[in-house]
Write a protein that binds this ligand. Structure first.
Ligand SMILES: [Mn+2]
Length: 352
Protein backbone atom coordinates (compact mmCIF):
# COMPACT_ATOMS: atom_id res chain seq x y z
CA UNK A 1 0.00 0.00 0.00
CA UNK A 2 1.22 3.48 -0.86
CA UNK A 3 2.05 5.64 2.11
CA UNK A 4 -0.15 8.74 2.23
CA UNK A 5 1.56 12.12 1.81
CA UNK A 6 -1.32 13.74 3.64
CA UNK A 7 -4.15 12.85 5.99
CA UNK A 8 -7.72 14.07 5.88
CA UNK A 9 -9.09 14.26 9.44
CA UNK A 10 -12.88 14.30 9.79
CA UNK A 11 -13.39 12.77 13.26
CA UNK A 12 -14.37 15.68 15.51
CA UNK A 13 -12.53 14.45 18.59
CA UNK A 14 -9.40 13.95 16.50
CA UNK A 15 -9.73 17.49 15.10
CA UNK A 16 -10.11 18.85 18.63
CA UNK A 17 -7.10 16.81 19.79
CA UNK A 18 -4.85 17.92 16.94
CA UNK A 19 -5.88 21.57 16.67
CA UNK A 20 -7.85 22.64 19.74
CA UNK A 21 -10.78 23.56 17.47
CA UNK A 22 -14.16 22.45 18.85
CA UNK A 23 -16.60 23.70 16.20
CA UNK A 24 -19.05 21.21 14.76
CA UNK A 25 -18.23 21.88 11.13
CA UNK A 26 -14.84 21.60 9.52
CA UNK A 27 -12.06 19.18 8.66
CA UNK A 28 -8.29 19.09 8.77
CA UNK A 29 -5.62 18.24 6.26
CA UNK A 30 -2.29 17.17 7.73
CA UNK A 31 0.71 17.36 5.43
CA UNK A 32 4.39 16.77 6.10
CA UNK A 33 5.19 20.38 6.83
CA UNK A 34 1.89 22.16 7.28
CA UNK A 35 -1.52 21.48 8.80
CA UNK A 36 -4.77 23.08 7.63
CA UNK A 37 -8.20 23.55 9.15
CA UNK A 38 -11.08 24.13 6.73
CA UNK A 39 -14.12 25.82 8.25
CA UNK A 40 -16.67 28.56 7.54
CA UNK A 41 -17.78 31.93 8.89
CA UNK A 42 -19.85 30.39 11.69
CA UNK A 43 -16.64 29.11 13.26
CA UNK A 44 -13.80 31.28 11.92
CA UNK A 45 -13.68 33.45 15.06
CA UNK A 46 -13.66 30.43 17.36
CA UNK A 47 -10.98 28.79 15.25
CA UNK A 48 -8.78 31.90 15.43
CA UNK A 49 -9.16 32.06 19.21
CA UNK A 50 -8.64 28.41 20.05
CA UNK A 51 -6.46 26.86 17.40
CA UNK A 52 -2.88 25.72 18.04
CA UNK A 53 -0.04 27.74 16.54
CA UNK A 54 1.08 27.00 13.01
CA UNK A 55 -2.20 25.63 11.68
CA UNK A 56 -3.50 27.52 8.66
CA UNK A 57 -7.22 28.29 8.60
CA UNK A 58 -8.85 27.90 5.18
CA UNK A 59 -12.06 29.92 5.05
CA UNK A 60 -14.69 28.12 2.97
CA UNK A 61 -17.57 30.44 3.86
CA UNK A 62 -18.51 31.29 0.29
CA UNK A 63 -18.85 27.70 -0.82
CA UNK A 64 -22.65 27.88 -0.73
CA UNK A 65 -22.55 30.70 -3.30
CA UNK A 66 -19.63 29.33 -5.24
CA UNK A 67 -19.49 25.52 -5.10
CA UNK A 68 -16.11 25.66 -6.85
CA UNK A 69 -14.54 27.55 -3.95
CA UNK A 70 -13.70 24.49 -1.89
CA UNK A 71 -12.47 22.62 -4.94
CA UNK A 72 -10.10 25.43 -5.87
CA UNK A 73 -8.54 25.88 -2.42
CA UNK A 74 -8.40 22.10 -1.91
CA UNK A 75 -6.65 21.43 -5.22
CA UNK A 76 -4.21 24.28 -4.69
CA UNK A 77 -3.08 22.67 -1.43
CA UNK A 78 -2.93 19.18 -2.97
CA UNK A 79 -0.68 20.52 -5.75
CA UNK A 80 1.49 22.53 -3.39
CA UNK A 81 2.32 19.48 -1.27
CA UNK A 82 2.43 17.06 -4.25
CA UNK A 83 -0.20 14.82 -2.70
CA UNK A 84 -0.85 11.62 -4.66
CA UNK A 85 -2.08 9.39 -1.84
CA UNK A 86 -4.46 10.75 0.77
CA UNK A 87 -5.25 9.01 4.06
CA UNK A 88 -8.90 9.10 5.15
CA UNK A 89 -10.65 8.01 8.33
CA UNK A 90 -12.87 5.31 6.86
CA UNK A 91 -14.45 4.62 10.24
CA UNK A 92 -15.71 8.21 10.34
CA UNK A 93 -16.01 9.65 6.81
CA UNK A 94 -19.50 9.14 5.42
CA UNK A 95 -19.88 7.65 1.95
CA UNK A 96 -21.54 10.88 0.79
CA UNK A 97 -18.63 13.03 1.96
CA UNK A 98 -16.09 10.58 0.58
CA UNK A 99 -17.71 10.88 -2.85
CA UNK A 100 -17.42 14.66 -2.61
CA UNK A 101 -13.74 14.52 -1.69
CA UNK A 102 -13.12 12.05 -4.48
CA UNK A 103 -14.77 14.42 -6.92
CA UNK A 104 -12.86 17.54 -5.86
CA UNK A 105 -9.56 15.63 -5.59
CA UNK A 106 -9.33 15.04 -9.33
CA UNK A 107 -6.91 17.65 -10.57
CA UNK A 108 -6.22 17.89 -14.30
CA UNK A 109 -2.98 15.93 -13.97
CA UNK A 110 -4.21 12.64 -12.59
CA UNK A 111 -6.23 11.05 -9.84
CA UNK A 112 -5.56 10.81 -6.14
CA UNK A 113 -5.49 7.48 -4.36
CA UNK A 114 -7.13 7.01 -0.99
CA UNK A 115 -5.95 4.85 1.87
CA UNK A 116 -7.47 4.05 5.24
CA UNK A 117 -5.89 5.65 8.33
CA UNK A 118 -8.68 4.72 10.79
CA UNK A 119 -7.42 4.51 14.36
CA UNK A 120 -4.09 6.26 13.75
CA UNK A 121 -4.88 9.45 15.65
CA UNK A 122 -6.91 7.45 18.20
CA UNK A 123 -3.80 5.41 18.90
CA UNK A 124 -1.83 8.61 19.64
CA UNK A 125 -4.67 9.80 21.86
CA UNK A 126 -4.24 6.75 24.08
CA UNK A 127 -1.12 8.28 25.58
CA UNK A 128 -2.19 11.26 27.67
CA UNK A 129 -0.03 14.31 28.32
CA UNK A 130 0.32 15.78 31.81
CA UNK A 131 -2.20 18.47 30.93
CA UNK A 132 -4.73 15.92 29.70
CA UNK A 133 -4.34 13.85 32.87
CA UNK A 134 -4.97 16.96 35.00
CA UNK A 135 -8.13 17.76 33.02
CA UNK A 136 -9.42 14.18 33.38
CA UNK A 137 -8.74 14.32 37.12
CA UNK A 138 -10.56 17.63 37.43
CA UNK A 139 -13.46 16.15 35.43
CA UNK A 140 -13.64 13.26 37.88
CA UNK A 141 -13.44 15.59 40.92
CA UNK A 142 -16.53 17.40 39.63
CA UNK A 143 -18.22 14.05 38.97
CA UNK A 144 -17.54 12.96 42.55
CA UNK A 145 -18.81 16.21 44.05
CA UNK A 146 -22.08 15.66 42.20
CA UNK A 147 -22.14 11.98 43.20
CA UNK A 148 -21.67 12.80 46.92
CA UNK A 149 -24.88 14.85 46.81
CA UNK A 150 -26.68 12.22 44.75
CA UNK A 151 -25.84 9.65 47.41
CA UNK A 152 -27.43 11.87 50.09
CA UNK A 153 -30.54 12.30 47.96
CA UNK A 154 -30.82 8.52 47.59
CA UNK A 155 -30.43 8.02 51.35
CA UNK A 156 -33.14 10.57 52.11
CA UNK A 157 -35.45 9.09 49.46
CA UNK A 158 -35.14 5.60 50.97
CA UNK A 159 -36.67 6.94 54.20
CA UNK A 160 -39.48 8.47 52.23
CA UNK A 161 -40.63 5.73 49.85
CA UNK A 162 -41.82 6.67 46.33
CA UNK A 163 -40.46 10.22 46.60
CA UNK A 164 -38.00 10.16 43.68
CA UNK A 165 -37.93 8.54 40.24
CA UNK A 166 -34.98 7.39 38.12
CA UNK A 167 -35.61 10.30 35.74
CA UNK A 168 -35.68 12.77 38.67
CA UNK A 169 -32.31 11.53 39.83
CA UNK A 170 -30.85 11.61 36.31
CA UNK A 171 -31.89 15.29 36.06
CA UNK A 172 -30.32 15.98 39.48
CA UNK A 173 -27.07 14.57 38.10
CA UNK A 174 -27.24 17.05 35.23
CA UNK A 175 -27.99 19.98 37.57
CA UNK A 176 -25.23 19.11 40.02
CA UNK A 177 -22.69 18.55 37.24
CA UNK A 178 -23.44 22.06 36.00
CA UNK A 179 -23.36 23.46 39.53
CA UNK A 180 -19.86 22.08 40.16
CA UNK A 181 -18.37 23.39 36.94
CA UNK A 182 -18.83 20.74 34.27
CA UNK A 183 -19.48 22.10 30.78
CA UNK A 184 -21.73 19.12 30.09
CA UNK A 185 -22.45 15.57 31.10
CA UNK A 186 -20.26 13.02 29.30
CA UNK A 187 -23.21 10.71 28.57
CA UNK A 188 -26.84 10.24 29.58
CA UNK A 189 -26.63 9.18 33.24
CA UNK A 190 -27.67 5.60 33.96
CA UNK A 191 -29.90 5.47 37.02
CA UNK A 192 -31.49 2.08 37.74
CA UNK A 193 -33.63 1.11 40.74
CA UNK A 194 -34.33 -2.43 41.91
CA UNK A 195 -34.64 -4.99 39.13
CA UNK A 196 -33.78 -2.35 36.53
CA UNK A 197 -30.20 -2.49 37.83
CA UNK A 198 -29.96 -5.91 36.15
CA UNK A 199 -30.03 -4.08 32.78
CA UNK A 200 -26.41 -2.89 32.31
CA UNK A 201 -27.34 0.24 30.31
CA UNK A 202 -30.84 0.87 31.61
CA UNK A 203 -32.56 4.04 30.42
CA UNK A 204 -33.98 5.94 33.42
CA UNK A 205 -37.78 5.83 33.61
CA UNK A 206 -40.66 6.85 35.85
CA UNK A 207 -40.21 4.07 38.41
CA UNK A 208 -39.85 5.39 42.02
CA UNK A 209 -37.29 4.39 44.61
CA UNK A 210 -38.30 1.95 47.33
CA UNK A 211 -36.53 1.41 50.64
CA UNK A 212 -34.89 -1.91 49.79
CA UNK A 213 -33.95 -1.24 46.16
CA UNK A 214 -30.42 -1.64 44.86
CA UNK A 215 -29.49 1.63 43.11
CA UNK A 216 -27.04 1.56 40.21
CA UNK A 217 -25.66 4.92 39.08
CA UNK A 218 -23.25 5.32 36.15
CA UNK A 219 -22.33 8.95 35.58
CA UNK A 220 -19.66 11.17 34.03
CA UNK A 221 -19.08 14.79 33.12
CA UNK A 222 -17.05 16.80 30.63
CA UNK A 223 -14.51 19.38 31.71
CA UNK A 224 -12.61 21.36 29.04
CA UNK A 225 -13.43 18.57 26.61
CA UNK A 226 -12.33 15.70 28.87
CA UNK A 227 -14.65 12.99 30.16
CA UNK A 228 -14.98 11.23 33.46
CA UNK A 229 -16.85 7.98 34.12
CA UNK A 230 -17.77 6.24 37.38
CA UNK A 231 -20.31 3.62 38.42
CA UNK A 232 -21.47 3.00 41.96
CA UNK A 233 -24.03 0.51 43.22
CA UNK A 234 -25.76 1.59 46.43
CA UNK A 235 -27.17 -1.20 48.58
CA UNK A 236 -30.13 -0.63 50.90
CA UNK A 237 -29.39 -0.01 54.57
CA UNK A 238 -30.24 -3.63 55.38
CA UNK A 239 -29.11 -5.55 52.28
CA UNK A 240 -30.23 -9.13 51.70
CA UNK A 241 -27.66 -11.92 51.90
CA UNK A 242 -27.70 -12.23 48.10
CA UNK A 243 -27.28 -8.49 47.53
CA UNK A 244 -24.28 -8.46 49.87
CA UNK A 245 -22.81 -11.61 48.32
CA UNK A 246 -22.96 -10.34 44.73
CA UNK A 247 -21.73 -6.88 45.70
CA UNK A 248 -18.73 -8.37 47.50
CA UNK A 249 -17.80 -10.56 44.51
CA UNK A 250 -17.90 -7.59 42.11
CA UNK A 251 -15.98 -5.29 44.46
CA UNK A 252 -13.34 -7.93 45.06
CA UNK A 253 -13.05 -8.65 41.30
CA UNK A 254 -12.64 -4.96 40.57
CA UNK A 255 -10.04 -4.40 43.32
CA UNK A 256 -8.00 -7.46 42.35
CA UNK A 257 -8.02 -6.38 38.69
CA UNK A 258 -6.83 -2.89 39.61
CA UNK A 259 -4.01 -4.41 41.67
CA UNK A 260 -2.72 -6.27 38.60
CA UNK A 261 -3.33 -3.99 35.61
CA UNK A 262 -0.35 -2.11 34.19
CA UNK A 263 1.08 -0.87 30.90
CA UNK A 264 2.50 -3.59 28.67
CA UNK A 265 -0.18 -6.25 29.16
CA UNK A 266 -2.90 -6.73 26.52
CA UNK A 267 -6.43 -5.41 26.88
CA UNK A 268 -7.52 -9.05 26.84
CA UNK A 269 -5.29 -9.86 29.80
CA UNK A 270 -6.45 -6.77 31.71
CA UNK A 271 -10.06 -7.84 31.15
CA UNK A 272 -9.37 -11.40 32.30
CA UNK A 273 -8.48 -10.64 35.95
CA UNK A 274 -11.92 -9.55 37.13
CA UNK A 275 -13.67 -11.94 34.72
CA UNK A 276 -11.82 -14.95 36.17
CA UNK A 277 -12.94 -14.05 39.71
CA UNK A 278 -16.57 -13.63 38.65
CA UNK A 279 -16.46 -16.90 36.69
CA UNK A 280 -14.93 -18.74 39.61
CA UNK A 281 -17.74 -17.47 41.85
CA UNK A 282 -20.18 -19.02 39.37
CA UNK A 283 -21.53 -15.80 37.82
CA UNK A 284 -19.61 -15.75 34.52
CA UNK A 285 -22.83 -15.96 32.49
CA UNK A 286 -24.11 -12.85 34.24
CA UNK A 287 -21.20 -10.65 33.16
CA UNK A 288 -21.42 -10.16 29.43
CA UNK A 289 -19.90 -6.76 28.70
CA UNK A 290 -16.30 -5.57 28.29
CA UNK A 291 -14.34 -4.95 31.46
CA UNK A 292 -13.34 -1.38 30.64
CA UNK A 293 -12.34 1.18 28.05
CA UNK A 294 -10.05 4.08 27.35
CA UNK A 295 -11.39 7.53 28.19
CA UNK A 296 -10.38 11.07 27.23
CA UNK A 297 -11.98 13.43 24.73
CA UNK A 298 -14.46 10.60 24.06
CA UNK A 299 -16.28 8.68 26.76
CA UNK A 300 -15.28 5.45 25.03
CA UNK A 301 -11.99 5.44 23.15
CA UNK A 302 -8.96 3.21 22.62
CA UNK A 303 -7.89 0.92 24.19
CA UNK A 304 -10.51 -1.63 25.19
CA UNK A 305 -10.46 -4.18 28.00
CA UNK A 306 -12.10 -7.12 26.28
CA UNK A 307 -11.51 -10.67 25.10
CA UNK A 308 -10.90 -9.53 21.51
CA UNK A 309 -8.43 -6.75 22.26
CA UNK A 310 -4.97 -8.23 21.86
CA UNK A 311 -3.04 -4.96 21.61
CA UNK A 312 -0.93 -3.84 24.56
CA UNK A 313 -1.99 -1.17 27.03
CA UNK A 314 0.24 1.89 27.02
CA UNK A 315 1.84 3.92 29.78
CA UNK A 316 -0.05 7.16 30.54
CA UNK A 317 -3.34 5.79 29.24
CA UNK A 318 -6.45 6.39 31.29
CA UNK A 319 -8.86 3.45 31.36
CA UNK A 320 -11.91 2.35 33.29
CA UNK A 321 -12.22 -0.94 35.18
CA UNK A 322 -15.88 -1.90 35.45
CA UNK A 323 -16.88 -5.50 36.10
CA UNK A 324 -20.49 -6.32 36.91
CA UNK A 325 -22.98 -9.09 37.68
CA UNK A 326 -26.57 -8.79 36.48
CA UNK A 327 -29.24 -11.22 37.71
CA UNK A 328 -32.29 -10.78 35.44
CA UNK A 329 -35.50 -10.02 37.34
CA UNK A 330 -33.58 -9.39 40.58
CA UNK A 331 -30.83 -6.79 40.55
CA UNK A 332 -27.37 -5.96 39.21
CA UNK A 333 -24.08 -4.63 40.55
CA UNK A 334 -21.39 -2.74 38.62
CA UNK A 335 -18.45 -0.88 40.11
CA UNK A 336 -16.34 1.36 37.88
CA UNK A 337 -13.20 3.40 38.57
CA UNK A 338 -10.85 5.30 36.26
CA UNK A 339 -7.17 4.48 36.51
CA UNK A 340 -4.00 5.96 35.02
CA UNK A 341 -1.51 3.38 33.76
CA UNK A 342 2.05 3.87 34.93
CA UNK A 343 5.18 1.89 34.08
CA UNK A 344 4.75 -0.71 36.81
CA UNK A 345 1.16 -0.34 37.92
CA UNK A 346 -1.51 2.29 37.98
CA UNK A 347 -2.90 5.20 39.92
CA UNK A 348 -6.60 5.22 40.78
CA UNK A 349 -8.14 8.55 39.76
CA UNK A 350 -11.43 7.75 41.52
CA UNK A 351 -11.63 8.75 45.17
CA UNK A 352 -15.33 8.29 46.02
MN1 LIG B 1 -17.56 3.19 31.53
Amino acid sequence: MNKPQAKLITNRSNISYLSGFTGSSGFMLLTKNKNYLFTDSRYIERAKNTIKKGIEIVDVTKVWRNPKELEESWQKILRKHRIKVLGVEEDNLTVAKFKKFKKISKPKNGKIKFTDISGEIESKREIKTGIEIKLIQKSQRINEKAFTEIKKIVQAARRNSNSISEVDLAWKIRELSHKYGAEDIAFEPIVAFGKNSAIPHHQPGEIHLKKDDVVLIDMGVKYKGYCSDMTRTLLPQKPSFRQKEIYTIVLNAQKEAIKKIHAGITGKKADSYSRAIIEKAGYGDYYEHAGGHGIGLDIHESPSLSVNYTKKLKKNSVITVEPGIYIPGEFGVRIEDMILLTAHGNKNLTFS
